[in-house]
Design a protein around this ligand. Sequence first.
Ligand code: 26Y
Length: 824
Amino acid sequence: AWRKYTPQPFTTQEEFEKEIIRHIETTLARSLYNCDEFATYAGTALAFRDRLVLDWNKTQQNQTFADQKRVYYLSLEFLMGRALDNAMLNVDQKDVATKGLADLGFRVEDIIKQEHDAALGNGGLGRLAACFLDSLASLNYPAWGYGLRYRYGIFKQEIIDGYQVEVPDYWLDFNPWEFQRHDVTVDIQFYGHVDRWQDEEGKQHTEWVGGEIVQAVAFDVPVPGYKTATVNNLRLWGSKAASGEFDFQKFNSGEYESSVADQQSAETISAVLYPNDNLERGKELRLKQQYFWCAASLYDIVRRFKKTKRAWKDFPNQVAIQLNDTHPTLAIPELQRILVDIEGLDWDEAWHIVSKTFGYTNHTVLPEALEKWSVPLMQHLLPRHLQIIYDINLQFLQFVERTFPKERELLSRVSIIEESSPKMVRMAFLAIIGSHKVNGVAELHSDLIKSTIFKDFVKVFGPDKFTNVTNGITPRRWLHQANPRLSALIASKLGGHEFLKDLTQLHKLEEWVDDKEFRKEFREIKYANKVRLAKHIKESTGITVNPAALFDIQVKRIHEYKRQQLNIFGVIHRYLQLKAMTPEERKKQVPRVSIFGGKAAPGYWMAKTVIHLINKVGDVINNDQDIGDALKVIFLEDYNVSKAEIICPASDISEHISTAGTEASGTSNMKFVLNGGLIIGTCDGANIEITREIGQENIFLFGNLAENVDELRHNHVYKQYVLDESLAKVFDTIHSGTFGDASSFTALLNGIVEHGDYYLVSDDFDSYIKTQSLIDETYKNVEEWTTKTITSVARMGFFTADRCIEEYADMIWNVEPLNPTKEK
Ligand code: 26Y
């Protein structure tokens, strides 16, 4: 009976308009006569949400009935961006919405822009999680994401006088995409102590008692797949004071402030995303976040499993948990604790289940990003977990000792506990020992972890425990949504949009590479996308750039290893060369717009200095009458997912220029090439596989190789080093005060000249600027450039996140898709 009252997908534009208006008037209680863009966004989102929710409910019900193995993706970061455009495209009803909104007097782009980005992540790792959720749903895998519902996502970046200023990102004012589950709460314990006792039968029991309780509340976000009825769930935990913890006594006696203190301290746990990317700080609140989220998620997963009444040994056949880096590693001792202390399994049986359930993905080899927690801190916050970690370590070390009896050194090298003062828990080691598979995110990276940071574990466990899953991106958001015209052009040649679900079909584009009309249209689309970005640049910086210039873009988190400093030194070098030319010579050069964007961690002083330098260089060059359109330098404020959707389709060249061996994969490299841009890059991360796929004639590689990095670093320290001549001139220009007070930049330059140039900027500089000249030469030949870009797009099929998900599903999770049962 219920069925006949549930709404169906819109069939007509009128129906859609009726629904928007209904929501604006009733759900939002707004009059249509003062209906602004925001209210229209809200009405549109709610209209689409109604449809989404029904499929979501059905998907969840279907998954419960099917009762097959599910994937749980645990990530502290989900960088989702906006949801409305994605929701409309997934049900293929953006045209209906566009027409309906036009009829009501609005442009769909303006309405979409009203939505606040869901920015619950820092960078690549968080965006990867979001792309994976999209692919999991699109491929109909029964999968849940688990994360934290931060009240503040990654900060908003403002640039004031050339400096980064951080502004809080309060994004929850109106969020139609989350549903609080008032009935799904979990009490999470902290502090306290461990009791041991014996029951009448002489059985030993261990119990964690006392301490504080904080309540976890579930907020669910629907994750729709592309052209499928599957809508998966992303469950984000919010923290609040546990019921009964609120001190009414105090409240009644007038001590309002202290009575709410507990509540506030509980709510602090999910208050804010830590803004560090690849830089570990060891803060207690961060450890609390990690445990809070792991414990709530595991409780939820175990509760769901227990409803099936299966035996515990079936747990790994029903549950696959993927750890997105080491941030959720506490889930390992937590599951062991649940099984041993609460469910009464014996240690070995429990450990067998635990280690078959988890998989661990590593995203970095940088030592400063590897998580370690101090033993005293863990003892204080999670006393039982520390014991369990020690027990896991003991068993593991005994195994190592039996297997390699003569290697005493090995034991201390692989121990989970680092014998420093204070002692530290090495989370990556715990993650390896507690998982059945460990993967890196690009071939070079996966090889590097096996030969460097995890070398000893390859020896202990054998090489098969370690594998590679090269990253990918969702072509739905990063092509279809961000670049609708290119998506439509491709669809017109490939016979529809099927390629968005099977990206390898792109290879058929190669048949069109010599087609005059196709080439022309392809170029026109790139130009239009550059015009769109130029408009955004004008609005946000006031600077006019010429869309016919070569757009050279580097957008990513600001980090020394990513070498934005190399890029800006190259820009200064170009400026000096242009200055030295006659006006006639200058006119003959390929005009260039160098575009930067990205946030620096608030405490990362060197990264902030790089932002400052870029802005100061821009001030000088952009206002130099001699230079005009020949060179412009732009720093785009507050780079985020929705800005990336405008930026990625507009590049001619993008920069992926990390010191070889430091960037695990990179994923924006894939976004740029898929949108018809070329790359200047080092032999690092996924650049290497991109080269293999698209052909080395279609990428501008430069610089030293990973295998030579150690020796080069050694040379800086132990040998006389003569700075490259061109780079020395760049440094002289900075020192002379051309870009303002030179003392602001001395530490940055000294790091290269005097302190060992750890990121090898000077070693790669000459190769970099020569490659930039080659790019200028190549760009002059429009036909050659067009061929390279089209060919590259055609060969990017491998880099879809769908391929990654199938690899994880086969190699690591052993899960099958579940086709939706959509009744009409
Ligand atoms: C420990 C904590 C401070 C921490 C927080 C965030 C450590 C690392 C991170 C984030 C890391 C990250 O984003 N890594 C990136 O992951 C991408 C997806 O695999 C890769 O493409 C990229 O190369 C890597 O830097």
